[in-house]
Ligand binder design. Structure first.
Ligand code: ADP
Ligand code: MG
Length: 253
């Protein structure tokens, strides 16, 4: 499989009150084109920081992140912004929704900004995504008029509006009931089948069992990686979940 992202010796150090902490220490990994990777690990192990630095939302302290042959650490803020808008989708815990815009307008905004296709096409994509995720009836609502779960699904619609090559998702089902979580995972699986790579943080073995490979992070390092050996139609979610739970226990989960 060809690499979409190559991460080498990635380090991120935060300095708070002149005390420095190495939140990520020499992380190395690769994400293949169209691959679906789940990141698991204890709270505070650096999972969110990894997503932020690999996606260029936050600057790394040292190391390199290569995306389609381009080094993110060498890009200016402006280049990075355009690159993110065109090629990456995000669902992060801080949702960064625009308070003055309706749900629909929030979803289409990055589509209009990127200008890769017509506004008509963007509007159609938005409607289809909202329908798939069961939030079409909330289209014209303000963001403070919908539930947290609806908002999280709206974030997924927005993340997919430009048909990104990679989707970064930080606990995308974290605040959802099982019905809504199922809709979110169906959509993520569907876009992944259509070629979008996924890098997703989750605490749920059920959700992680949908991925191709699981990375276990602890204390800012990759402690282990596990690939599922069944794929396509032969995949069995329940046996995957059992295998994953056993493996996680071996990692010290
Ligand atoms: P996880 O997502 O695995 O729970 P995080 O990546 O959010 O972990 O955080 C890892 C560590 O980095 C934590 O100890 C956290 O306190 C610290 N950290 C995260 N963001 C910042 C920041 N902006 N400034 C200082 N410390 C941070
Ligand atoms: Mg986190």
């Amino acid at each position: 499989m060809e690499n979409l992202i190559t991460v080498k010796n990635l380090c991120r150090t935060y300095i708070v009150n002149s005390v420095s902490s190495n939140v990520l220490q020499n992380v190395n990994f690769e994400l293949g084109k169209g691959e679906f990777v789940a990141i698991m690990g204890p709270s505070g192990s650096g999972k969110s920081t990894l997503l932020y630095t690999v996606s260029g939302m936050d600057r790394m302290t040292s190391g390199s992140v290569k995306f389609k042959g381009k080094n993110l650490e060498e890009m200016s803020e402006k280049e990075l912004e355009k690159f993110r808008l065109h090629s990456m989708g995000f669902i992060f815990q801080q949702m960064y929704m625009m308070k003055k815009l309706s749900i629909f307008d929030n979803i289409v905004l990055p589509g209009y900004q990127a200008g890769l296709v017509s506004r008509k096409e963007i509007n159609e994509r938005a409607e289809e995504l909202m329908r798939n995720l069961g939030i079409i009836e909330a289209a014209e609502h303000d963001i403070n008029e919908v539930s947290g779960g609806q908002l999280q699904r709206a974030c997924l619609c927005r993340a997919l509006i430009n048909r990104p090559e990679v989707l970064f998702a930080d606990e995308p089902t974290g605040s959802l009931n099982s019905g809504a979580a199922g809709e979110v995972m169906n959509e993520i699986r569907k876009v992944n089948k259509n070629g979008t790579a996924v890098m997703m943080v989750t605490h749920s073995t059920k959700v992680a069992a949908e991925s191709d490979r699981v990375i276990y992070l602890a204390d800012g390092n990759i402690r282990g990686e596990m690939k599922f050996d069944d794929s396509g139609n032969s995949r069995d979610i329940h046996s995957r979940e059992r295998k994953l739970s056993t493996w996680l226990m071996e990692q010290g989960w």
